[in-house]
Ligand binder design. Structure first.
Ligand SMILES: Nc1nc2c(ncn2[C@@H]2O[C@H](COP(=O)(O)OP(=O)(O)O)[C@@H](O)[C@H]2O)c(=O)[nH]1
Ligand SMILES: [Mg+2]
Length: 377
């Protein structure tokens, strides 16, 4: 399914604000558009065939001695994983840049090709135009190598995404983090990875399975809880998610837990039900702690490119999102979507997912991300 995906339109180029604010109406350059309810409903219908693989426990991550630092936390490992995770996007960008800038001056034609290349990585028309405009004003008419362009791009991208480099803060005990987002985006997996990460940092962690609609969803979270050696609160099948969350927060307080991670359902029949459920979850949390939830993190699937942007827009209009996790960047050449997200939303991007294993959830570092995205060491 594709929606809100724009083709470049040279005659009419909307302003960034215009693009951001535009409702999901049918436009000439939208390939196909669906409503939010259709999106939710579709993900609900997909449920029948929705058997997410739960990777087996293997010797690399089980048993996870807790608290023990994850291998990834060594800086070289982190960077290497980031680079390989973003390699689909960086190969496309890097290959394209080499093609465009081999012994060529920075003229209208090369700039146009550069803009196309940036749009292909899903940075969006406006980010691409902004970057190309900046290059034009400083370098027009000069000879420039692909390597120089990469450095320049990395700087530009880093400056756009820098404000989003904001790690999760742990200001309360327990700090309550709730994951929301469309089915299949990676909520459960991301929370499992975070449970292991926080545990390895020496924090005490509890998981709450508030996606009570699907038994498999609870089982999936249980496997992650086992791996990360953390307790999990679940309810009966189709129990009220709000009651699970209430019990979880009570338990977390009683057990002096540092971080409570709440997994929610991504698919309900429509927007109204989803809003109601998330609203109720928030209300019951506030009965116990008026500041909870301390983080409402939307999990986005990076492989959906500009579609992820539209989901972010829809959810942020419904619910007060405090930050993002962008998953599956390893599976896509559309890694530029993080740049578009930063440009349009400006909310923190707490973590990015660059693979399926426990070690593949990284804190978002603007300059490392930018350099890796364009294929620089
Ligand atoms: N390659 C890759 N796969 C991921 C990543 N994050 C999640 N997944 C996979 O995406 C699928 C859906 O994830 P899940 O956590 O069940 O999504 P949820 O429905 O939002 O809870 C699973 O097969 C995960 O293993 C990632 O960063 N990279
Ligand atoms: Mg799930």
């Amino acid at each position: 399914m594709i929606f809100f995906r724009r083709k470049k339109n040279k005659e009419h180029t909307p302003s960034p604000d215009h693009l951001h604010d535009e409702p999901l109406a049918h436009t000439e350059d939208a390939e196909s558009v669906v409503s939010f309810d259709a999106l939710i409903e579709e993900s609900y219908l997909e449920e029948e065939s929705d058997h997410h693989e739960i990777p087996p426990l293997d010797e690399t991550d089980s048993p996870l001695p807790a608290p023990t630092p994850l291998v990834q936390d060594e800086p070289q490992n982190l960077l290497a994983r980031l680079r390989s995770g973003l390699s689909k996007t960086s190969q496309q960008l890097s290959g394209g840049l080499t093609g465009i800038f081999t012994k060529r001056k920075l003229d209208d034609a090369t700039l146009e090709e550069l803009e196309e290349l940036l749009i292909m990585s899903d940075m969006g028309v406006h980010v691409a135009q902004k970057i190309v405009h900046n290059i034009r004003t400083t370098r027009f008419g000069k000879e420039i190598s692909a390597e120089e362009i990469k450095h320049y791009l990395a700087e530009q991208i880093a400056s756009i995404v820098q404000p989003c480099e904001q790690p999760i803060t742990f200001t309360h005990r327990p700090t309550v983090i709730i994951a929301i987002g469309v089915n299949g985006n990676g909520k459960t997996t991301s929370l499992g990875k975070l449970a292991a990460r926080y545990r390895s940092e020496g924090k005490t962690v509890m998981l709450a399975a508030a996606d009570t609609f699907r038994a498999a969803a609870v089982e999936q979270l249980k496997v992650w809880a086992q791996r990360a050696h953390v307790p999990i609160i679940t309810g009966a099948h189709e129990a009220d998610p709000a009651s699970v969350v209430y019990q979880a927060l009570e338990q977390a307080i009683a057990q002096n837990i540092d971080v409570l991670l709440i997994d929610t359902a991504g698919r309900l029949h429509n927007k109204h039900n989803l809003m109601q459920e998330l609203g109720k979850i928030t209300r019951v949390l506030k009965k116990i702690d008026e500041h909870a939830p301390h983080h409402v993190v939307m999990v986005l699937d990076g492989t959906t490119g500009q579609n992820a942007l539209a989901q972010a827009k829809n959810f942020s209009e419904m619910i007060g999102i405090t930050g993002f996790i962008v998953t599956k960047l390893d599976g896509t050449a559309k890694g530029g979507v993080v740049v578009a997200l930063a440009h349009h939303h400006g909310l923190p991007v707490h973590y990015i997912g660059v693979g399926e294993s426990l070690d593949d959830m990284q804190e978002f570092h603007a300059s490392c991300f930018a350099r890796s995205l364009v294929g620089l060491e």
